[in-house]
Design a protein around this ligand. Structure first.
Ligand SMILES: C[S@@+](CC[C@H](N)C(=O)[O-])C[C@H]1O[C@@H](n2cnc3c(N)ncnc32)[C@H](O)[C@@H]1O
Length: 200
């Protein structure tokens, strides 16, 4: 069963092959480009793991909170990056879907790296609901999504069509990159930038 105990067990066993030991090269490249839409502001990270991506954006001037429901991930992230101006909180992203969530409407940005592919495909609509709920209207979701040929997961493959279907109602699709090599995981990763619609 894929639940908090599953992920906690992976951290306890140091069985975390998704962890690059540093931030995703896609995010580093994006920051290097200094895109106009990326300004100082509040950023949430779903499934922040050991916190490498969260730390990268904190070091680049964003006010970042990493959320992960596995206590081992939160503990390790705090150890690694506790000296930075950054918070790591233990929380289930699916608890952030309601209008009365303390995180509702709090964030300018949501960062995602191998969390969407970690959840069950039937939970994708609920993920999109939480993403929509914590972002301000006009806020951005910046994510690295995985597409591969395996039927099973995690990681569960995500096609461009899946992204459009899951997020299309509430988000404008700003860009979906080609499935390009960037990080040693050649051909399975896409950088995706979505913007929460103003009217929803
Ligand atoms: C494949 S790992 C990726 C971790 C990190 N983003 C990275 O790239 O190193 C997926 C992470 O999502 C977390 N996660 C999965 N479902 C979650 C949920 N419902 N709420 C919060 N975190 C979740 C897991 O605990 C795990 O740390």
């Amino acid at each position: 069963m894929i639940n908090v105990d599953f992920w906690q067990g992976r951290y306890e066993a140091h069985n975390t092959p998704w962890d690059l030991g540093g931030p995703s090269p896609h995010f580093a490249a994006l920051l290097n480009q200094k895109p106009d839409f990326l300004k100082p502001g509040k950023m949430a990270v779903f499934g922040s793991g050991r916190g490498h991506d969260a730390a990268l954006f904190a070091q680049n001037g964003l006010d970042v909170i990493g959320f992960d429901y596995a206590p081992g991930a939160v503990e390790e992230a705090r150890k690694l990056y506790g000296s930075l101006a950054i918070r790591f909180e233990q929380a289930d992203l699916f608890d952030m879907s309601k209008a009365d969530s303390p995180w509702a409407g709090q964030f300018d940005y949501l960062l995602e790296h191998t969390c969407f592919c970690a959840i069950l495909p039937q939970d994708r609509a609920a993920y999109a609901q939480s993403a929509r709920n914590i972002l301000k209207p006009g806020g951005y979701l910046i994510g690295v999504f995985w597409e591969h040929q395996d039927e099973d997961g995690p990681p569960f493959s995500t096609t461009e069509a899946d992204i459009r279907q899951t997020f299309g109602a509430d988000f404008e699709i700003c860009s979906i990159s080609e499935n390009t090599p960037a990080s040693g995981r050649a051909g399975i990763e896409r950088l995706v930038i979505l913007r929460r619609k103003m009217e929803v």
